[in-house]
Design a protein around this ligand. Structure first.
Ligand code: PGA
Length: 255
């Protein structure tokens, strides 16, 4: 089954009002003629208004880097699904390893966020992946299975219909040391087969992005792999020419 690739930029804690407008304007120009790939960016929520305005009428979708469980009320500092929808955000990253690590987010808490997003009609981009120590101990598949099962056990496998998984080995994030295409493919195939144990149809359609030091030099080769359906891009998403090369590589490899 043909899956439409998704390349998404995760800006993390970077940017300003001016940066947001400038980068999006550059991306709109660079990507004007590109077909066959879904594209999204997740700026800091502070800049969703600037991003929404700059993206209007273009082909790039808006995303965000996190969401909280509660819809409204006395939850100081939190951001709700309805607030994200108010700005037209569609793809919402949850379970990023930086949030798992620095904010102690558990598999169960992230599964709840997944449910809140699905209920709101938003697309969860569920980040999973093992640490360097887990990788060296041969635990990559066990870690990925556990992180996926947290969602399946609470919401059922159908929750992955229309959802996105980003396989991001922690040792590859921001290190310049991407997984090799073969390494990534092996884990992506495992993830898809793991979901297929519950539902082949769900496994066939779920988008599995690779993330971790994807750049304009290594993207094309990663996208030659059959189970790599796009990328979640950190550092290289902050430069329009590099991000555009990655999007074009996905469009070319998958069509
Ligand atoms: P990186 O980050 O591309 O800078 O390695 C990827 C991510 O954390 O999503």
């Amino acid at each position: 089954m043909a899956r439409r690739p998704l390349v998404m930029g995760n800006w993390k804690l970077n940017g300003s009002k001016a940066f947001t407008k400038t980068l999006i304007n550059e991306l709109n120009t660079e990507l004007a003629g590109v077909e066959g790939c879904d594209v999204a960016i997740a700026p800091p929520v502070m800049y969703l208004a600037e991003a929404e305005a700059a993206l209007a009428g273009g082909k790039i979708a808006l995303g965000a880097q996190n969401v909280d469980l509660n819809k409204q009320g006395a939850f100081t500092g939190d951001i709700s699904v309805d607030m994200l929808k108010d700005f037209g955000a569609k793809y919402i990253i949850i379970g990023h390893s930086e949030r798992r690590q620095y904010h102690n987010e558990s598999d169960e808490f992230i599964a709840k966020k997944f449910g809140v997003l699905k209920q709101a009609g938003l697309v969860p981009v569920l980040c999973i992946g093992e640490s360097e120590a887990e990788n060296e101990a041969g635990k990559t598949e066990a870690v990925c299975a556990r992180q996926i099962d947290a969602v399946i056990n609470t919401l059922g496998v159908d929750a992955f219909n229309g959802a996105v998984i980003a396989y991001e080995p922690i040792w590859a994030i921001g290190t310049g040391k991407s997984a090799t295409p073969a390494q990534a493919q092996a884990v992506h195939a495992f993830i898809r087969a793991h979901i297929a144990q519950k539902s082949q149809a769900v496994a066939d359609q779920v988008i599995i992005q690779y993330g971790g030091s994807v750049n304009d030099g290594n993207a094309a080769e990663l996208f030659t792999q059959p189970d790599i359906d796009g990328a979640l891009v950190g550092g290289a998403s902050l430069k329009a020419p590099a991000f555009a090369v990655i999007v074009k590589a996905a469009a070319q490899a998958k069509n």
